[in-house]
Write a protein that binds this ligand. Structure first.
Ligand SMILES: Cc1ncc(COP(=O)(O)O)c(C=O)c1O
Length: 414
């Protein structure tokens, strides 16, 4: 037998990790010792939480906890199988029914996470020879979902409707008989900048050029919506039934975990039989489904468990975004995000070192807010990405704005 003695099959692991560390790209994982709410203990220090996606402060909400416990007591800890074989419980069906009802859509299908929903659904919507047209700042889960296809893809500059139209014309020119599918795909709220996709304009163009339209509403769920409903970006623009596919997540405003594809019954019937990440992966544990149903109950106006968390979140967002610009963080990205009623506030600091120093100093002063840096965002726009929450009170916002102002001056950001 021949041995390749010189080969070290896993040597790259340490080398790559060391490279990541040397280049300052390591994600140092902070450890919470308490539930994720607006006040947390992180490695022994009490901090104001300003960087979680728990926008509605639901992750430790008593009603969700109760629903999770009830579900475990009734159905146990695990589901035992994939949905299509023996893991489909009443509670999964109930979750999907309530989700579709909340979203005012015909049907929904839940997945283990939003990431997995994108990876499962996108490849089933198109075939080899079709066209995908995608916003340049779409989330990594969309990018990975698109990579799983054999479809021709083109990117349009972030929210640039002129370029989107151009791409649609090009696709139609290549397929004058309209035999192929065209899929436009966009984030609803962009996770780094907190701005919104112009969904109404996308819908007009998509309809005109015969395209399918897919929106990832991860950061609009529980935040956007007419009458402060939290029903998401489709409802915000009144486009129910017009946008063909909606991807939702329960890991952010809804305070739990899980993804959903929402739309027509035809869409769900089809994906229930084709999406690989759905068919080939165990179903959600009952506790998750129970807590997710609890979140929908808390968001349903007029219901027994309703809590006005969305209006409170939106008030907090408006106040914090206005004030952060007023105190001097007036970079165009921060100013643009202030115009959108979203919970993401990119507080631009400049270079990586400045954003890191800002985060460290904020932590010294009792605020948990982490930096997002180049290469995740363009050079010179490294930032503290504040995530607003309905769990924060006006005094918390005033306190944190005071600290942002003091440290911003100390670091000569303005
Ligand atoms: C825009 C967007 N889509 C999808 C996801 C994935 O969602 P989940 O956490 O449910 O996997 C995220 C999470 O970061 C996101 O920001």
């Amino acid at each position: 037998m021949w041995f390749y003695m010189a080969r070290h099959p896993t040597k790259f692991l340490k080398e790559e990790y060391q490279k990541i560390q040397a280049e300052g790209r390591e994600w140092v994982h902070r450890t919470l010792e308490t539930p994720s709410t607006s006040r947390v203990t992180v490695e022994g220090k009490e901090l104001l939480m300003m960087c979680s996606n728990n926008y509605l402060n639901l992750s430790n909400n008593p009603h969700l906890r109760k629903r999770a416990i009830e579900a475990v007591e009734k159905y146990g800890a695990g589901s035992g199988s994939v949905r299509a074989i023996a893991g489909n419980m009443w509670i999964h069906e109930e979750w999907e029914r309530k989700h579709a009802e909340f979203k005012e859509q015909e049907a929904a299908q839940v997945y283990m996470s939003g990431f997995i929903a994108n990876e499962g659904a996108i490849p089933q919507m198109v075939r080899k020879g079709d066209f995908i047209i995608s916003d340049a700042l779409n989330h990594g889960s969309i990018i990975d979902g698109v990579r799983l296809t054999k479809t021709e893809r083109s990117i349009y500059a972030h929210t640039d409707m002129g370029e989107l139209e151009q791409r649609l014309i090009e696709a139609n020119n290549k397929d004058p008989n309209g035999e192929k599918r065209i899929l436009i795909i966009t984030d609803g709220v962009f996770s780094m900048d907190g701005d919104m996709a112009p969904l109404d304009e996308i819908e007009k163009l998509g309809t005109e050029y015969g395209a399918m339209m897919f929106v990832d509403d991860a950061h609009g769920d529980g935040v956007l919506g007419s009458n402060k409903s939290g029903k998401g970006i489709v409802d915000h623009f009144g486009l129910q039934g017009k946008f063909h596919v909606e991807m939702n997540t329960y890991s952010k405003a809804m305070g739990v975990v899980g993804g959903a594809i929402t739309g027509s019954q035809d869409l769900v019937n089809y994906l229930r039989n084709t999406a690989r990440s759905y068919l080939l992966s165990g179903s959600q544990p009952p506790a998750i489904a129970g807590a997710a149903i609890g979140a929908l109950e808390v968001l349903t106006p007029g219901g027994e468990f309703y809590e006005p968390l969305v209006p409170k979140l939106l008030d907090n967002c408006e106040y914090f975004k206005k004030e952060i610009v007023n105190i001097g963080f007036n970079h165009e990205i921060t100013a643009a995000s202030a115009k959108a009623p979203t919970a993401i506030v990119p507080v631009i600091c400049g270079e990586n070192e400045t954003a890191t120093a800002m985060s460290n100093r904020l932590m010294d002063e009792g605020i948990f807010a982490l930096p997002i840096m180049f290469p995740m965002v363009p050079r010179g726009t490294s930032r503290i990405r504040v995530m607003m929450s309905a769990g924060l009170e006006r005094e918390d916002l005033e306190f944190s704005l005071g600290k942002f102002e003091d440290i911003g001056r100390e670091l000569k950001i303005f």
